[in-house]
Design a protein around this ligand. Structure first.
Ligand code: COA
Ligand code: AMP
Length: 632
């Protein structure tokens, strides 16, 4: 079968396609059909089925006689430790944790926040929730207490599971004080918190609220898998929108299982017994789909890597992991490769390792620049595959499906739409445009199984953010074009979301924080090009009239404020004070024009600009920050 055969077979008969894909899943009660469109333009998949995600990811492999196979390899250069967990051990650990959660009242439908570093316990916590039908919401460790508090108030968890600390190169991340601060700020109070004490830092437990990971499991009855309906939310994962209020992307259980199972074989060409490594974090969607669920559903071994591409200890770290654990497929963000390439441009360290097990390298999360792809292709000698997806979709919208057929690679394109996705480029009026024409990238509804059915307790926001602009379509928020062969090209975001080191961040959220500084009257944050991280946020601050504070001092405080409120992951380190911001006559800040100046691109000020002279002031300020701006 070629890619074309498979894609066309989906297009001809989506219902049969997704019912056939559903055969890869163990059902308590099989679905009578795939799509439920009675609530269109909202859709459900496999709604009348009964299923359990943990059973499919863990227990069924033990039942099938593969209990001794490794489910997880934890490779942690920051703690100098490596350990393996078999499927049987994983089942027992997860059943015990789930039993303890249940004993403290966690039930089907309850939310549980997980705030943990890259340790197996993070995945075990996710699976324990899935076992009970509880809805997990993992919060990335690089977010500050305030961001955690926002998520606590939005999803109102019955429990929070956290670790005492995380380990970043050169520093301990004190998770527990961050959790305490978040709980002090949040209006909602969970019933209890489970704390996994790491030996690198043992946290103080708050009596009456906190329980220790091991002791609270003592003597409990292990929990069996609880069947849930196909449309039952498996998890809520928050992602950046245009404001400081993140969007709670909901993932429905059955579609998630079917879609991930399909992708493991058909996109990643990975099956039972293979070692799959997504070098991301459980706090991101890549971590949900391809550190936790995808590889485990497929019966593969997943690698949980607690380290960085460089500095733990060197730029050979990824190659060591591939060699030591016989990794078949590596999935990472282009930033990680750029970091390695910067330290080891000739790829000398690659030669120190035996990478024979590696069959492919997949990249996603941000635009993959041609230099990086070519560098990796040349030095690794395996297909380097760019693929495009979002937190919202949970799996690739466009990819090169290695398990079906290796399509000719076109550098700069994440290749072709996957079955389930009818990808079109639309003009402002919502009409598809011819190949080669830039526009908004949209997907014809319904989206396939595994994609978001809605936002957590925010259906109106879901409709407004994704469905209302182009009726009948899902608006991706990305702009780009299709070529004559149907290859997709992603060029930019159509909103104020930026992508820093593969992390999706909201400039609007940063502006909200900056505006809270007492000396700041007005501000704008833009994403400027960065050779390593793809983009970096840069803030322009206009101070209150009468403020005579030294500018450097205000900038320092502003940078500190973003780090304290959003977290180090915002990587907000660049800011300057300006007198005025460039605006249109109707008062809209010209962020895109400022980006062009900072990136040294040619630009023409929009006809609607209020005062073009302000652009010169911006250029001067950027020069002051060391930007080689073209505009004088
Ligand atoms: N917990 C706490 N802090 C974290 C964190 C975590 N899980 N992850 C990152 N941070 C901190 C970092 O320590 C850094 O803090 P600093 O400002 O004190 O140095 C800050 O957040 C910014 O992190 P990052 O943007 O990742 O930059 P970095 O300089 O630490 O590392 C790379 C640069 C390229 C090595 C790193 O960005 C990387 O590995 N990127 C891969 C991207 C990726 O996996 N994306 C996931 C989507 S697929
Ligand atoms: P996230 O939800 O954090 O996964 O971010 C999704 C966004 O990252 C997309 O909407 C794109 O803007 C960007 N993105 C992800 N993968 C790619 C890719 N392969 N090429 C270009 N942009 C990408």
């Amino acid at each position: 079968m070629t890619y074309r055969d498979v894609y066309d077979s989906w297009k001809r008969d989506p219902e049969s396609f997704w019912m056939a894909a559903a055969e890869g899943i163990d059902w308590v009660q099989p679905p009578s059909r795939a799509l439920f469109d009675d609530r269109a333009p909202l859709y459900d998949w496999y709604r009348d089925a009964q299923v359990n995600a943990c059973w499919n990811a863990v227990d069924r492999h033990v039942e099938a006689g593969h209990g001794d196979r490794l489910a997880i390899i934890h490779d942690s250069p920051v703690t100098h430790a490596t350990k393996g967990i078999t499927y049987r051990e994983l089942r027992d650990r997860v059943a015990s944790l789930a039993g303890a959660l249940r004993a403290k009242g966690v039930e089907k439908g309850d939310r549980v926040i997980i705030y943990m570093p890259m340790i197996p316990e993070a995945v075990e916590a996710m699976l324990a929730c899935a076992r009970l039908g509880a809805i997990h919401s993992v919060v990335f460790g690089g977010f500050a207490a305030h961001e955690l508090a926002v998520r606590i108030d939005d999803c109102t968890p019955r429990a929070i599971i956290a670790a005492s600390c995380g380990i970043e190169p050169g520093r301990i991340v004190h998770y527990k004080p961050l959790l305490d601060a978040a709980l002090a700020e949040a209006r909602h109070k969970p019933d209890f918190c489970v704390i996994f004490q790491r030996e690198q830092e043992v946290a103080h437990l708050t009596e009456g609220r906190d329980v220790a990971w091991h002791s609270f499991q003592y003597g409990v009855e292990p929990a069996d898998c609880v069947p849930v309906a196909g449309d039952h939310p498996a998890y809520v994962l928050y992602t950046s929108g245009t404001t400081g209020q993140p969007k709670g992307v909901v993932r429905a259980t059955a579609g998630h299982l079917v879609a991930l199972n399909w992708t493991m074989r058909h996109i990643y060409d990975t099956g039972a017994g293979d070692v799959f490594w997504a070098a991301s974090d459980v706090g991101w969607v890549v971590g949900h789909s391809y550190i936790c669920y995808g590889p485990l559903i497929a019966g593969a071994t997943t690698v949980i890597y607690e380290g960085k591409p460089v500095g733990t200890p060197d730029a050979g770290a990824f190659w060591r992991v591939i060699q030591n654990h016989k990794v078949r497929v590596l999935f990472t963000a282009p930033t990680a490769l750029r970091a390695i390439k910067r330290e080891d441009p000739e790829g000398r360290l690659i030669g120190d390792y035996n990478l024979r097990s590696l069959k492919a390298l997949f990249l996603a999360g941000e635009r993959a620049d041609p230099d990086t792809i070519l560098w990796a292709q040349r030095l690794l000698g395996v297909p380097v595959i760019d693929h495009w997806w979002q937190t919202e979709t949970g799996w690739a919208i466009a990819a090169n499906p290695l398990g079906i057929e290796a399509l000719p690679v076109k550098i700069g394109s994440p290749s072709m739409p996957m079955p389930g996705y009818d990808v079109q480029v639309l003009d402002e009026g919502g009409h598809p445009v011819p190949p080669g024409t830039l526009g908004a990238i949209a997907i014809r509804l319904p989206l396939p199984p595994g994609t978001l059915p809605t936002l957590w307790q925010a259906e109106a926001r879901f409709r407004k953010a994704y469905l209302d602009h182009f009726p009948g379509w899902y608006e991706t928020g990305d702009a780009g074009y299709l070529d004559e062969d149907g290859y997709v090209y992603i060029m930019a975001r159509t909103d104020d979301v930026i992508n820093v080191a593969g992390h999706r961040l909201s400039t609007g959220a940063m502006e909200e924080v900056l505006a809270s500084h007492p000396d700041v009257a007005e501000c704008a944050v833009i994403g400027v090009a960065d050779a390593l991280k793809g983009q970096l946020p840069l803030g322009f601050l206009c101070l209150n009239r009468g403020s005579n504070r030294p500018h450097a001092e205000v900038v320092r405080e502003a940078v500190g404020l973003v780090r304290d409120r959003i977290g180090p992951v915002a990587a907000f380190k660049l800011a300057c004070v300006v007198d005025r911001l460039p605006k249109t006559r109707s008062g809209k800040i010209l962020r895109a024009t400022m980006v062009k100046i900072a990136d040294g691109e040619d630009f023409r000020p929009p006809a609607t600009i209020d005062d073009p002279a302000i652009l010169d002031e911006i250029a001067v300020a950027l020069k002051g920050l060391g930007f080689p701006v073209a505009h004088d």
